[in-house]
Design a protein around this ligand. Structure first.
Ligand code: SF4
Length: 432
């Protein structure tokens, strides 16, 4: 034990709520994957009061504390409010580190408006290890690559660029030590460049896949620990193993076969469902046959987004309305129920486009699909970050409500309209 408690490994407390759960599981698991930080203790808390108690407890012996926060853009305001409460109660007891897609896209606003001390930019696993190691050795983490902070004198942003990217196999996909399971990330980054989506801008416009052997290793670990539900995290499910836009179904087959073998016959395996989806043009009879052979889900989430080819082209979706219809047809024929994602209120979308979307939605419902509805949000880091959502007229709202009342549509689009308005307001305030 070192004489100076400030040179012990820092006490780490993670705000384990909302959209930050998976990111925090993964970066805290990364600590055990590196000999410099292996064995670091982490406490997971659920609210500001929990964070206050944990920080007081953690620093009572003079040790340094590192508080971890991660959130998507719609949760930024709530996280900043929690942080203000924590800082009021604990002062500068901890270094408050924010990571995730919002902090990466908006480091200045995260530090200045949110009140965080340090931001981790881009992929967090390697940066998390480096920060923890720096604190344990009395070095200033503000100088590390992958971080950004505000200069104390000028208040300007000092950024050291994005964190190092490593192969997915280099770090675990969940935190087994603390039994923090989540959907297993099999692919990171995306070769598509849909203009409303943060994924390709956060992780680069190319795929990196976790190897089949590494997935199996983690499936075996889950089984040993009694975890029987397997889900996957990927930008586009049937792109597993592929370097480009053409699916590699042999790779998908090999992946799911070993997952089933490792998880056992009694495990529940879900592929192509929440929190991931399948691109419509990737659906083929063979793809459906592979999923049916190895997996338990008989629902599939398909990214449809719009009934207007003009809007699909404008947002660079890379598929057509006909692709969506064909995908639904094939799914139903193969005994799957397709849940088709729709995105309303895209910038440049006109009333006639939304009418086409609702026509398509009704047609797909007749064919056997359900509609999963979303409203466009101008997310930081995307090409549409400065765009204003198109207003959704009462006729469209009514049509969506009719489908919902019949149990044929569901989704958070009303709440997302409110979030989109808040994002536009905060952007205007920042610009002003
Ligand atoms: S919406 Fe899906 S396919 Fe498009 S860029 Fe995002 S993750 Fe990739």
């Amino acid at each position: 034990m070192t004489a100076d408690p400030r040179l012990e490994k820092p006490s780490i407390v993670a705000m384990h709520v909302r959209s930050g759960l998976v990111g925090l599981n993964v970066v805290t698991a990364a600590l055990d994957a590196d000999p410099r930080t292996a064995g670091s203790d982490v406490r997971f808390v659920k609210d500001a009061a929990g964070m206050i108690d944990a920080l007081r407890d953690a620093t009572s012996d003079g040790r340094r504390a590192l508080a971890l926060w991660s959130f998507y853009s719609p949760d930024f305001a709530a996280a900043a409010k929690d942080l203000a409460e924590v800082k009021e109660a604990t002062g500068d007891a901890a270094l408050h580190l924010a990571g995730g897609v919002h902090a990466t896209a908006e480091p200045l606003a995260t530090l200045r408006d949110g009140g965080f001390d340090l931001v981790a930019i881009g992929e967090g696993e390697h940066t998390m290890v480096a920060i923890t190691d720096a604190l344990a050795n009395g070095r200033d983490p503000r100088d590390l690559p992958g971080t950004a902070h505000l200069d104390k004198t000028s208040g300007r942003l000092v950024s050291h660029g994005p964190g190092e990217r490593h192969p997915l196999d280099a770090y675990p996909p969940f935190n087994a030590r603390y039994r923090k399971w989540n959907a297993l990330e099999i692919t990171r980054g995306c070769v598509y460049a849909c203009s409303f989506c943060q994924t390709p801008y956060m992780f680069k416009a190319r795929f990196r896949h976790r190897s089949v052997a590494d997935v199996r290793r983690h499936i075996d670990q889950m089984r040993e620990c009694g975890s029987r539900f397997v889900r996957f995290l990927t930008p586009t499910s049937l792109s597993y193993g592929s370097p480009d836009t053409t699916p590699d179904l042999d790779a998908v087959d090999a992946l799911l076969a070993t997952v089933r073998e490792g998880a056992g016959a009694e495990a529940k395996i879900f592929f192509g469902t929440f929190p991931s989806e399948i691109r419509p043009e990737h659906i083929t009879p063979r793809a459906l046959e592979i999923i049916a052979r190895w997996c338990d889900n008989r629902t599939l989430v398909i990214g449809g987004q719009s009934g207007s080819d003009r809007v699909l082209e404008q947002t660079r979706r890379g598929h057509s309305v006909d692709d969506v219809v064909r995908a639904v047809e094939l799914c139903v024929k193969a005994g799957f129920r397709p849940d088709v994602d729709f995105l309303l209120g895209l910038p440049g979308e006109e009333e006639s486009d939304r009418a086409l979307s609702m026509e398509l939605a009704e047609r797909l419902v007749t064919m056997g699909a359900r509609i999963h509805s979303h409203a466009f949000m101008p997310l930081p880091g995307t090409p549409l970050r400065d765009a204003t959502p198109s207003p959704i007229e009462p006729e469209t709202m009514l049509a969506m409500a009719r489908l919902e009342s019949k149990g044929k549509a569901y989704g958070q689009w009303r709440r997302q309209v409110v979030t989109a308005e808040a994002l536009v307001r905060s952007r205007r305030a920042r610009t002003a």
